[in-house]
Design a protein around this ligand. Structure first.
Ligand code: DGJ
Length: 704
């Protein structure tokens, strides 16, 4: 084979495998079914340069002259074999799957590059490195690197902190390296779900974009690098702690999967590739996503059977389908200072165990879910009093506490078995359908037996998820990590949704959810209606703004609903019913976002595949520059269909700032999809921090 060519969803990767090393000729637009691609076409040799042309290797290495960040760094213990020379020995391709084997004969190292392209355009790449020498190989780093097209001139990625995850930052692509390092031992609040590079001004719906996601929940670095020698490259790889990755004879290290998507239709095009691929996974949750009530912001640690049964009763009346008991139920857990690791039900608070509550929840027709934090312990716990050596750390001292807690050393098989047995027993002894699996600190000094173990800790945590899932296949798991500090496709291989943020303030959530959604389809993102006065920002928002915002995800409630007045109860019950009515659409359709010059307005929607219907939210997040919003496009509708538009939420007390002389309405509008998507409708002047929900349905006959 001379050309490795993978195509799908309008994009393609072409790799010249005719020479000694694999050279990327193209990653971008599809080139058609059987393109004629000239191979071994050399670049000119630059002045003051090696006496050979620059090649864009799929596995960039110094041995062929690459002077950017290499695919591999490592050496033998005495420093030898620091610059292996890999050459291709084998290439295979079977439809959308391919592999390339590279061998560094002198150094006795073998690399296998695995590639796959889905029909929808999801390109996945990972490297495997095997040490074939009988001397240890100290691996320092292994990056998956892809070149982007010459039109790319801007970098967009996301950053954040607790209660402010996934906020965008954009900059010009210049010479140099834009390097993001995440040394949290978990994915991290500042972790960008996507690294995007694109044409100048690329936006929600416009422009050519290349994007990658690193599917892993531990330490890592992602980067965009531009050197004078080559086009811009997107790279990512695991970050190892000193000395933690040594390969003995025959041992193999596999990088996590790097997911890559190319789009000519802006960020929505990238998201579409990810959403379609994620939804096609065998493990993807397919049953209707139940309305959740989570007890955290309702009662915090103040647990008591009567109060929680009452909460469950009101939740049942509202139409809730899954009741989740959050932190505070286990032995000694009266605050966040103690108890983590003692995974038995607290006999003082729950003298008859959790059964009376679970039965009460089931009697209301709801499932029961439980909060756990298996990777963590408090020093003030029975388990640590008995096994002080189970705290992960450098071995010479105990790491600094974080929320009064430490990390349990899951690389220790006894500790791992203890945690597994405890959670397994809970799931065996109680009718639990769902775990909210939390992780509330960074894991910065992971160590086992005096050696760094961040990789082993992540690996052991994954094995814990996998073993519990295997033992209890019907239990769904949520990945929560002080909110959204573990949102990635590694953890989502073994979980069923993520908690996007501890911030339930709808205004903050408008941004957090929009960008979490750039990677994940809505059904995987937990979105709850919080209390009127937000607990994390002290802002007050209307129930309609909170409900419309929570609609675009896996909907739930996190509020003490025992205290609702009549009107709040009715509105919340309506919102629950509306979510149930539309969840099939929300959780299967195409996510769309309109482009605006003034981002005071946000328009997002989900359009059914085939265009039969759509749901849009139109939100105002701050006072706008203009007097009126003007016409707002409703993107993604089928051009040739006719549609009707109706406001479906709120149903009363519209949040419009308008004079009553000419009331705003869309009630009688019938328009073609092309008109609605390109020109749009005049929208009402919304009060800041308010939103409305529009339902768009195909009207087969305009006279209907
Ligand atoms: C952090 C989570 O993100 C919250 O939702 C809640 O579960 C608390 N931990 C409980 O300690």
């Amino acid at each position: 084979m001379t050309l490795l060519y993978l195509r799908g969803g309008g994009s393609a990767l072409a790799v010249d495998v005719s020479g000694p090393v694999p050279v990327v000729i193209h990653w971008g637009r599809d080139l058609g079914e059987d393109p004629v691609v000239p191979l071994a076409l050399g670049n000119p040799v630059a002045h003051s340069h090696y006496d050979a042309p620059i090649v864009l290797e799929l596995f960039p290495q110094a041995a062929t002259g690459w002077r950017g960040r290499p695919a591999l760094s490592g050496h033998r213990r005495d420093g030898r074999d620091f610059s292996p020379s890999f050459v291709t020995t084998d290439v295979t391709q079977d439809a959308g799957e391919a592999s390339i084997t590279l061998v560094a004969a002198e150094e006795r190292l073998v690399v296998t590059i695995r590639l796959s392209m889905s029909a929808g355009g999801m390109l996945r790449v990972r490297h495997e490195l095997t040490n074939e020498s009988d001397e240890l190989y100290a691996l320092e780093g292994m990056n998956v690197v892809l070149p982007v097209g010459p039109i790319a001139s801007e970098v967009l990625d996301l950053t954040g902190r607790w209660c402010r995850e996934q906020h965008p930052q954009r900059q010009a692509l210049r010479q140099g390296t834009w390097l993001r390092e995440y040394r949290h031992g978990r994915t991290g609040h500042d972790s960008s779900v996507l690294t995007m590079v694109g044409a100048s001004g690329f936006s929600n719906r416009h422009g050519e974009v290349w994007a990658t996601h690193f599917g892993y929940s531990g330490n890592r670095a992602t980067y965009v690098e531009k050197t004078p020698a080559a086009p811009a490259m997107i790279g990512s790889g695991e970050l190892f702690q000193p000395g933690e990755m040594e390969l003995s004879v025959g041992e193999t290290y596999r990088t996590p999967w790097v997911y890559a998507a190319h789009s000519t239709t802006g960020i929505d095009g990238v998201s579409d590739v990810f959403h379609e691929w994620i939804r096609a996974r065998g493990s993807h949750p397919r049953s209707p996503r139940p309305v959740v009530l989570n007890t955290w912001e309702a009662v915090y640690f103040d647990h008591g059977l009567d109060a929680l049964l009452d909460l469950a009763r009101v939740a049942g009346l509202l139409g809730v389908e899954r009741f989740v008991l959050d932190d505070g139920w286990f032995h000694g857990r009266r605050s966040d200072r103690m108890g983590l690791g003692d995974w038995t039900v607290d006999a003082a608070v729950w003298p008859s165990g959790l059964t009376p509550l679970i039965e009460g929840v089931h009697a209301q027709g709801m499932e029961f879910g439980l909060w756990v934090e298996p990777e963590m312990i408090n020093e003030d716990s029975d388990v640590i009093r008995e096994h002080p050596d189970w705290i992960s750390g450098p071995g010479t001292r105990t790491p600094v506490e974080w929320r009064h807690q430490q990390v349990i050393d899951l690389a220790n098989p006894d500790a791992w078995r203890y945690v597994f047995d405890r959670i397994d027993a809970l799931l065996t002894d109680n009718r639990i359908s769902y775990l909210k699996w939390d992780q509330n600190r960074d894991l910065v000094e992971m160590g086992h037996d005096g050696r760094a173990s961040a990789h082993r800790q992540t690996d052991a945590a994954y094995r814990l998820f996998d073993a519990l899932k295997a033992a209890h296949p019907d239990v769904e798991i949520e990945s929560c990590s002080s909110g959204g500090a573990r949102v990635d496709l590694g953890v989502l291989e073994r979980t069923d949704r993520v908690w996007a943020s501890d911030c339930n303030d709808a205004l903050e959530r408008q941004t957090i959810q929009r960008w979490t959604q750039a990677l994940l389809p809505l059904e995987l993102i937990g979105t709850h209606v919080g209390p009127t006065l937000s607990h994390t920002t002290a802002r007050t928002h209307s129930l309609s703004f909170r409900a419309v915002t929570a609609m675009f995800g896996h909907f739930g409630i996190e509020w003490d609903v025992r205290g609702l007045d009549e009107s709040e109860f009715a509105q919340l019950r309506d919102a629950v019913a509306l979510y149930k009515q539309h969840r099939a659409l929300l959780h299967s359709g195409v996510a769309v976002h309109a482009d605006f010059r003034d981002d005071a307005h946000r328009l997002q929607g989900v359009v059914a595949r085939g265009g039969r219907e759509a749901l849009f939210s139109f939100a105002c997040v701050r006072s706008a520059e203009d007097e009126i919003p003007g016409r707002i496009a409703l993107p993604g509708l089928e051009a040739s269909r006719l549609y009707r538009v109706a406001v479906v939420f709120p149903t009363s007390a519209m949040p419009y700032e308008q004079r009553s002389v000419v009331p705003w309405t869309v009630d009688s509008v019938v328009a073609s999809g092309s008109f609605l998507s390109e020109v749009g409708l005049p929208m009402p002047i919304l009060l800041p921090e308010h939103a409305i929900l529009l339902h768009v349905t195909a009207a087969e006959d305009p006279g209907e």
